[in-house]
Design a binder for this molecule. Structure first.
Ligand code: GDD
Ligand code: MN
Length: 386
């Protein structure tokens, strides 16, 4: 094969190689660094005897498939019964969710207080959480989704981290009920493993902004209400709590399970919504940082802004570079075939491409001023569980 060195050294090629290096190296170095930090001991005071009064809010909209399973799951929560209260807040479900839940509760005794409240109209999850918050008695507010299930010890493990007055909120670790279903669910598992390492590292330094509403705990004193404007109820609220001077951390022992989307449509839909929420929260945080009102270290905040807002666009340089190289050296296509045949690398490719494209699309939506306060649920995620 004849190599045209002159062409190889054209400035365009050099620029593309430069962009690809930034695109792959920066996230990799951040991951390696956070992986090392994640192994450090915690610098928060953990007290397993600390058991504050908790109100757990479960918002529901058309959850008839899973609501009974959820009610059975919360019954098993291991926590002093006089210190736990559960509020289910339904927003005019059209599938009888509230009635199914009421009937189930009538027939089944619970060791703690549990009630159902209903909104008169549907205005989205965050507004429903705030509606429930009005009468919540807990010193700590926990949130959980109808289609996610907590390990019985999760609450106790989580509250012990709230003993430290610095900690204003925390989130738990997700496990998938259908991890091995197909390449898409495995891709979500791989993505989560990477993010979990980043979130432990960030938490041990100061805080992570990446929260999951399926298992989050917030000290009542640390926030007035859930963020119900731009950004999500989880990451958006966390941004405000960090701005108030608290730390917000990821606790890997507090485990919940749910279902990973297993179709392309489901996966892209979920990732795109969550990415849009996160982008709103990150940009909001960067604005606060400029006003010196955001104590999370700049290195964490700006690296996250770069990774989620700018780096995905460098994927195009990566694709252009790959096409160029294959054009120059067609043999490379043959050499790269095993990448598509081996399961692990296929999962990596799917995880990498879907995450980056979801971020690109969400960033464009953000620029167009779009937001998703009320969303259409990803039905398939309930179908597996029911
Ligand atoms: N009351 C009420 N009103 N509940 C709602 C509404 C609403 O308008 N919309 C959604 N919910 C409930 C659902 O019934 C479910 O219990 C929970 O809110 C989460 O909704 P899902 O549709 O299951 O969301 P997801 O799993 O795809 O979303 C993930 O990302 C969200 C942010 O984009 C989770 O991490 C959520 O916790 C997170 O808020
Ligand atoms: Mn869900």
């Amino acid at each position: 094969m004849l190599i045209d060195w002159g062409l190889l050294l054209t400035p365009i090629f050099v620029i593309i190689i430069g962009l690809i290096s930034v695109h792959l190296l920066l996230p990799y170095l951040y991951y390696r660094y956070m992986g090392r930090v994640a192994r450090r001991p915690w610098n928060v005071a953990i007290d397993p005897k600390y058991e504050p009064k908790v109100t757990m809010i479960i918002p529901t909209y058309n959850e008839s498939d899973v609501i009974v399973k959820k009610l059975q799951n919360v019954k098993g929560i291991d926590y002093p019964s006089e210190k736990l209260e559960i509020v289910i807040v339904d927003s005019c479900s059209t599938d009888n969710t509230a009635d199914i839940a009421k009937n189930y509760l009538k027939d089944n005794g619970y060791p703690f207080k549990i009630k159902i409240i209903e909104e008169e109209e549907r205005s989205g999850k965050a507004k429903a959480l705030n509606f429930a918050l009005k009468n919540a008695e807990g010193q700590v507010i926990a949130t959980s989704d109808a289609d996610s299930y907590w390990e019985s010890s999760a609450l106790k493990k989580a509250t012990s981290y709230l003993a430290d007055p610095q900690v204003g909120a925390l989130t738990g670790r997700e496990e998938f009920l259908n991890l091995n279903q197909n390449v898409l669910t495995l891709a979500e598992g791989m993505y989560r493993n990477v993010y979990n390492k980043l979130r432990i590292g960030e938490s041990k330094i100061h805080s992570t902004q990446i929260f999951q509403g399926e298992l989050s705990l917030y000290k009542r004193e640390a926030f007035e209400k859930f963020n119900d404007e731009k950004g999500s109820d989880d990451c958006g609220t966390v941004k405000n709590i960090i701005a108030k001077g608290y730390r917000t951390i990821f606790v890997p022992e507090a485990v919940f399970s749910d279902t990973a989307p297993y179709t392309w449509k489901g996966r892209i839909g979920l990732k795109e919504r969550r990415a849009l929420h996160l982008i709103h929260a990150l940009v909001g945080a960067a604005k606060l940082k400029r006003k010196k009102r955001f104590p999370q270290p700049a290195s964490i905040l700006y690296t996250n802004c770069f990774i989620h807002l700018i780096n995905p666009f460098l994927l195009f340089a990566f694709l252009a570079g790959a096409v160029y190289l294959i054009y120059m050296f067609p043999l490379l296509l043959l050499l790269s075939l095993p990448l598509f045949l081996l399961k692990k690398s296929r999962v990596l490719i799917v995880s990498y491409l879907t995450s980056n494209f979801a971020l690109i699309w969400s960033t464009l939506k953000y620029i167009r001023g779009e937001e998703q306060i009320v969303w259409k649920k990803i039905d398939e995620m309930r179908r597996v569980q029911a």
